[in-house]
Design a protein around this ligand. Sequence first.
Ligand SMILES: N[C@@H](CCC(=O)N[C@@H](CS)C(=O)NCC(=O)O)C(=O)O
Length: 245
Amino acid sequence: MRTLYQFEVSHYCEKARWALDAKGLDYRVKNLLPGAHRRSLARLAPRTSVPVLVDGGEVVQGSAEIITWLDRHHAHPALTPVGAEERALALEWERNADRNLGVPLRAVFFAAVLDDRALSTRLLTAHGPWWGGAWYALAFPAVRRGLRRGLNLNESNVAAARARLEQSFTAAEQRLAGRRYLAGPLFSRADLAWCALLSPALFPPAALPAQLQAFIDAQRERPLFEWARGIYAEHRARRQEAGEK
Ligand SMILES: N[C@@H](CCC(=O)N[C@@H](CS)C(=O)NCC(=O)O)C(=O)O
C-alpha cells in the first residue's frame, strides 16, 4: 500500500496530500509525532523531514520531489506543465512558495502557537500515535525548545518572516493580475504549492492566539487569499479516506 508519512498540521504535507488526491490515488497516511518522528524516519529516509512517500518499495522525500515522482509514474492529470517555458515557470513559482511562503508562514505560526502549550499539544498530536498526548506531557518542553531552535524563532527573525510574507503576497498578486493560474493556462504544481502552503492562514486549524489571528485577519481580504480560496474550491477534491492514520 502507498503510504504518506506526515504531520497532519504541516502545510508541506498538505502539498503532498493534494498531489496524491489530484491524481486520484489510494494511499494511507501514517501520522508521526513531531519530536519522536526522527526515530521512525531514520530507518526510512536520508533526512528527518516529512512528507515522505513510500510507494512500491520506493522512498521519496520532500513535497516537490513527491510531485515530480507522481507526475512521472501517474501522468494524468499532469501537475508539471509539459511545455518547457511553462514548466520552468511552474517550478520557479513552486520553489518560490516553498522558500518565501512556507518557511516564513511556519515561523510566524509557531512563534505564536508554541507559547500555548495546550494548543500546541492539540495541533502537533492531532491524528497521531495514541501515546502522543502522554509523551508530550513529559517531552513537550524539549520538543518546544527543539522547534524554536530549528525554526530560529527569535523576535527579529519572526519580524523578518512577517515582512517576507508581505513581500511574497505582493509578488504573487502581481503575477496573478489578469491571470487565473501562476504558470500558463492550466492549474499546475505552482498553484497547488501556493495554495497548500497558504492553507494554515486560509483555514486555521484551531482558534489561534489573538496576535496571530489578527495578522491573518488583516490579510484575509487580499486578492491572493481570495484567489487561493477559489483554487481550493475548484481544484482540491476531498481526500479519499484511505486507511490507517
Ligand atoms: N522542503 C521540504 C520541507 C519539509 C519540512 O520542512 N517539513 C517539516 C514539517 S513542516 C519537518 O518535517 N520538520 C521536521 C524535521 O525536519 O525534522 C518539503 O517541501 O518537503
